[in-house]
Design a protein around this ligand. Structure first.
Ligand code: 5GP
Length: 211
């Protein structure tokens, strides 16, 4: 209906599309799902590029995958109030800058944040109001196999990540913490579930672009 579309557009212009938080252990397949979304809906979604103090992995691009920075530089920016949230994960700092989110929102795109559980809890204290989605591997054994096959971690960091994943898997079951939990057993099925969960927001944003 025309009036409804008009109202939707007007409201979206006022508030902008709702951001999406994707959380879950590395190895659960978050980045694969994220890349598929960004490719299939190029103008609809934008990625919030986080800062991290960890070393880039082969193929990772500074400014696209992360802003790779030193601890000192990141501390300085945090102290200056430039971050929405930040966390220590597996021996490194990670954080979402205000500028990263604003850059996506300025394009009227749905801003996707790929953050850990500490990030989720901290974002809950802000007025960002995102949709919270947890992506999980079917089991800790599958997660371990995926992480080992990826060959990006040392044995020590792999064990650290698995320990955190075990704890976070339990924490993510807390009622009301996530709007949806997707078990990524089969990537196509998980992608479909993700698209369905975001269908309304995608439609609104596409409507906004056409109007
Ligand atoms: P990885 O080193 O595998 O890229 O990321 C490790 C963990 O850090 C993942 O769970 C990822 O979601 C999380 N992460 C990435 N960027 C951020 C961020 O800006 N803030 C928080 N809190 N976690 C992040």
């Amino acid at each position: 209906m025309l009036w409804r579309r008009f109202l939707c557009s007007a409201l979206s212009v006022m508030t902008g599309p709702r951001p999406v938080v994707l959380s879950g252990p590395s190895g659960a397949g978050k980045s694969t799902l994220l890349k598929k979304l960004l490719k299939d809906y190029e103008n609809v979604f934008g990625f919030s590029v986080s800062h991290t103090t960890r070393q880039p992995r082969p193929g990772e691009v500074d400014g696209k995958d992360y802003h790779f920075v030193t601890r000192e530089a990141m501390r300085k920016e945090i102290d200056a109030g430039g971050f929405i949230e930040h966390a220590e994960f597996s021996g490194n700092m990670y954080g979402t800058s205000k500028a990263a989110v604003q850059a996506v929102q300025a394009q009227n795109q749905i801003c996707i944040l790929d953050i850990d559980m500490q990030g989720v809890k901290n974002i809950k204290k802000t007025d960002l109001n995102p949709i919270y989605i947890s992506i999980q591997a079917p089991s800790i054994e599958v997660l371990e196999k995926r992480l080992r096959d990826r060959k990006t971690e040392t044995e020590e960091s792999l064990q650290k990540r698995l320990n955190t994943a075990c704890i976070d898997m339990e924490l993510s079951k807390e009622p009301g913490l996530f709007d949806m939990i997707i078990i990524n057993d089969d990537v196509e099925e998980a992608y479909l579930a993700l698209k369905n969960a975001l269908a309304e927001e995608i439609q609104k944003t596409q409507g906004l672009r056409k109007s």
